[in-house]
Design a protein around this ligand. Structure first.
Ligand code: ATP
Ligand code: MG
Ligand code: MG
Length: 603
């Protein structure tokens, strides 16, 4: 196993393990209810973490950070990590998202099925399975005088909450007796009150400097069909109430969340301590620990903004290869290992971090360098004609077989085969009519001021031979070059004795017209042109990169003709590409650029 950088969460877990904080856990719920089952075998898993997405959208790279952290800590300390759908908000949640989240977690390389005590157990949970328990807990709080039904309007409630300098004003309903509150709560549950007519609130402290303790809402009335419980409930728990209970019922030890929940921690503890006192939960209780969010430069991760990109058509869908969703990144070609390496490498700290996008690209190149087979491809094709081909090889139709290693450092992967012929495709920018200083690729003979003519430049066709540029053909009307002319320099065939006798400063990649495979190439770049798209409150849509997707019709060497979907290659000189997992086929190949190569090709 790779040594993981230490972080404060590891420190906390190690201290807890040493102190035996979670030894002798027992479950206090009623045997037989869903919550009881949730705890699973208790003793074997020492550390329990959870990844608790709300199934209201697709996972993105920020979630990947949380997944790697939670599943990673559980793995490293011999525990388990739960995948829990925090589905307490019926209107926005859908089965489609549940399925997509499960698929994404698996794709990233994690599993909620874990070996506990020699047995494989599923640790997939739904907050909605605990609605009964949550309701019972609400009644217990009411009975104990720790919660009340408030029937103020939403505006009144807001106005009476006070602010940082003014304490809140008690609602007239705050002094109801527990009996009155219990009766009213049951009416809420039984559908006797209209949506929004009342809420259940905790009775804590209206003067608390922490606004979250000023009698937070626990339940609201909402007639909405839930993806799991259907129309069984017309009241639903608030996230802040539900989440601590979910953690406790599942015997989570370390409830790890992002920093914005720090101010919720006192309520988290208040709730669990009180439920333990009331006999509904047992010590030791879970503890919440906050870490800083991961932000990537050139990326926006708010679900609302991602939705905007999709719905307004700025991208083709949730899995558009430019999207930071895990489905988008997968389609773009990012590997799970690269995403995990980035997430693990970014550690965990007490402040939000901005990571440069190049870190992710670096992780990707590290992962792909050793495994991606090489291939030649021409992204922006220009025809090259070798005018003395028949002279050298006997006929214009002759084809010279060439070979190249599938991977320069891995001979076991074998060889690629392709042909060299009279007509080839080369990159448009590998030719210059008037070469700038330091340009070592193709340029034609030039007339010097003194009347002399310098010969055209010589380059090596990679794995082929040396050629010398003799001229070009241009469309007089458009000014577009359509043919570059060159001649073969004899006895320079790669792999033959003396091939290196002719020295050249440039080597170019190419694909023969005879055996090249036409392909659609999606050249993706960053979605935004600014590293912090929302800096200073700017609307992210104003800094969309107009060149984030450039589509070209290019040529591939024939070894790619049979490429399956989702296969990654390094196109020599150009970068890493993947065959599109949806649009690619042998008849109509489609490749996406994942990222360019670290080093730009020497001119
Ligand atoms: P959004 O705010 O975009 O709606 P969310 O955070 O509300 O996303 P959830 O489904 O509630 O989405 O998130 C599941 C978990 O992922 C939470 O524990 C959340 O803290 C964590 N998470 C989300 N974004 C990031 C991020 N950028 N870095 C680290 N963790 C994150
Ligand atoms: Mg959320
Ligand atoms: Mg959020």
């Amino acid at each position: 196993a790779v040594a993981k950088p230490s972080n404060f969460l590891r420190g906390i877990i190690e201290r807890d393990l040493e102190a035996g904080t979670y030894q002798g856990r027992r479950f206090a719920g009623t045997p037989g209810d869903a919550a009881h089952h949730a705890a699973g075998p208790l003793d074997a898993a020492k550390v329990r973490t959870r990844f608790p997405p709300e199934p209201n959208g697709y996972l993105h790279v920020g979630h990947a950070k949380s997944i790697c952290l939670n599943f990673g800590l559980a793995r490293d300390y011999g525990g388990v990590c739960h995948l829990r759908f925090d589905d307490t908000n019926p209107e926005k949640e859908e089965q489609e998202y549940v399925d997509a989240i499960k698929e994404a977690v698996h794709w990233l390389g994690f599993d909620w099925n874990a070996e506990v005590g020699g047995q494989t157990t599923s640790h997939l949970f739904y907050a909605s399975h605990y609605f009964d328990f949550m309701y019972r807990a609400a009644e217990a709080l009411v009975t104990a005088g720790l919660a009340y039904v408030d029937e103020q309007s939403a505006e009144e409630m807001r106005a009476n909450r006070g602010d940082f300098t003014t304490p809140g004003t008690p609602s007239v309903y705050r002094s109801r007796t527990p009996e009155e509150n219990l009766a009213r709560l049951r009416q809420m549950r039984d559908g006797e009150l209209a949506d929004g007519a009342a809420v259940l609130r905790a009775k804590i402290d209206l003067a608390s400097p922490n606004i979250n303790l000023r009698d937070p809402t626990l339940y609201r009335i909402k007639r909405a069909t839930h993806h799991n419980t259907g129309d069984r409930w017309c009241i639903y728990p608030m996230y802040t109430y539900a989440h601590p209970i979910e953690d406790a019922l599942e015997q989570i030890t370390h409830s790890i969340c992002t920093l914005e929940f720090e101010d919720q921690r006192p309520f988290y503890d208040w709730l669990l301590e009180n439920l333990a006192t009331l006999g509904l939960l047992a010590h030791p209780l879970p503890r919440q620990h906050e870490f800083g969010r991961l932000n990537l430069s050139y990326v926006v991760t708010s679900k609302r903004k991602l939705r905007q990109l999709v719905e307004e058509g700025h991208v083709a869908g949730w899995d558009d290869p430019r999207m930071p969703t895990l489905f988008g990144m997968r389609r773009r070609g990012y590997t799970p290992a690269a995403i995990r390496a980035m997430a693990d490498g970014s550690g965990a700290s007490k402040s939000n971090i901005w990571l440069d996008y190049s870190v992710l690209d670096g992780c990707l190149r590290n992962d792909l360098e050793g495994q991606a087979p090489r291939a030649m491809a021409v992204l922006d094709p220009l025809k090259l004609v070798l005018t003395n081909w028949a002279e050298v090889y006997g006929s214009d139709e002759h084809l010279e077989p060439c070979t190249a290693p599938a991977h320069p450092a891995r001979p076991e992967l074998g060889e690629r085969r392709f042909m060299l012929g009279k007509e080839l495709w080369i990159e448009r920018d590998d030719f210059e009519m008037e070469p700038p200083k330091g340009f070592f690729r193709l340029f034609p003979p030039r007339l010097l001021p003194d009347g002399d003519v310098t010969p055209g430049n010589r380059v090596r066709l990679k794995y082929g031979l040396v050629i010398e540029c003799t001229g070009y053909e241009i469309n007089q009307h458009t000014g577009e070059i359509y043919n570059v002319l060159a001649r073969v320099v004899p006895d320079t065939r790669s792999g033959t004795p003396g091939a290196d006798a002719v020295k050249v400063k440039g080597t170019i990649t190419w694909v023969a017209a005879a055996d090249g495979v036409p392909a659609t190439l999606n050249l993706y770049d960053r979605l935004y042109s600014e590293p912090q798209p929302e800096a200073g409150g700017r609307d992210h849509l104003t800094v969309l990169n107009p060149k984030s997707k450039v589509v070209t019709q290019g040529w591939l060497e024939p070894s790619l003709a049979g490429a399956p979907r989702e296969a990654r290659y390094q196109f020599e000189r150009h970068g890493y590409f993947i065959s599109d997992r949806i649009d690619h086929s042998a008849e109509a190949p489609v490749f996406n650029r994942i990222t360019t190569l670290r080093d730009s090709w020497a001119a």
